[in-house]
Design a protein around this ligand. Structure first.
Ligand code: FES
Ligand code: FES
Length: 156
């Protein structure tokens, strides 16, 4: 089947999508957007988190056909051209990126949180990121990144 979906603001057509194909596969393998990572393919790790019509979803659990006619935003789409989004910058500056496998999903989840709650408590950050697993950082630097991004957002 053919699907038409708007990805990071651009309408994209994808042909020959098979029924069991995931949105994650389409993004990575057909559209050349490797930001969302394929770690578990079971909805367990959050590495593949993207926005679908503004809601964060695990792209590995979304059938590509479900994205037909809808808006997808990936971690690549948060940056403005060459300029990283402040959440992306905060992850880099605080050392929250180690192997980086979890990072795209965490950035999208943190971005979503900060859109809803401008100054989240540590508990709110932990709850919002609970579905995103990181094997490297011990999470402290990730908390630092979200706090830093929130501070900067508050300063305008
Ligand atoms: S790859 Fe989708 S949740 Fe792990
Ligand atoms: S930085 Fe390696 S899994 Fe999080």
């Amino acid at each position: 089947m053919r699907i038409t979906t708007t990805v990071n603001g651009t309408e994209r057509e994808v042909d020959d999508v098979w029924a069991g194909e995931s949105l994650l596969y389409v993004l990575r393998e057909r559209l050349g957007l490797p930001g969302a990572k394929n770690a578990c393919e079971q909805g367990e790790c959050g590495s593949c988190t993207v926005y679908l019509d503004g809601e964060p979803v695990c792209a590995c659990l979304v059938a590509a056909g479900q994205a037909n006619g809808r808006q997808v935003t990936t971690v690549e789409g948060l940056a403005e051209g060459e300029r990283l989004h402040p959440v992306q910058e905060a992850f880099l500056e605080t050392g929250a990126v180690q192997c980086g496998f979890c990072t795209p999903g965490l950035v999208v989840a943190a971005h979503d949180l900060l859109q809803r709650v401008s100054r989240p408590s540590d508990l709110e950050i932990r709850e919002a990121l609970a579905g995103n697993l990181c094997r490297c950082t011990g999470y402290e630097k990730i908390l630092d990144a979200v706090r830093l991004a929130a501070d900067r957002q508050a300063q305008g």
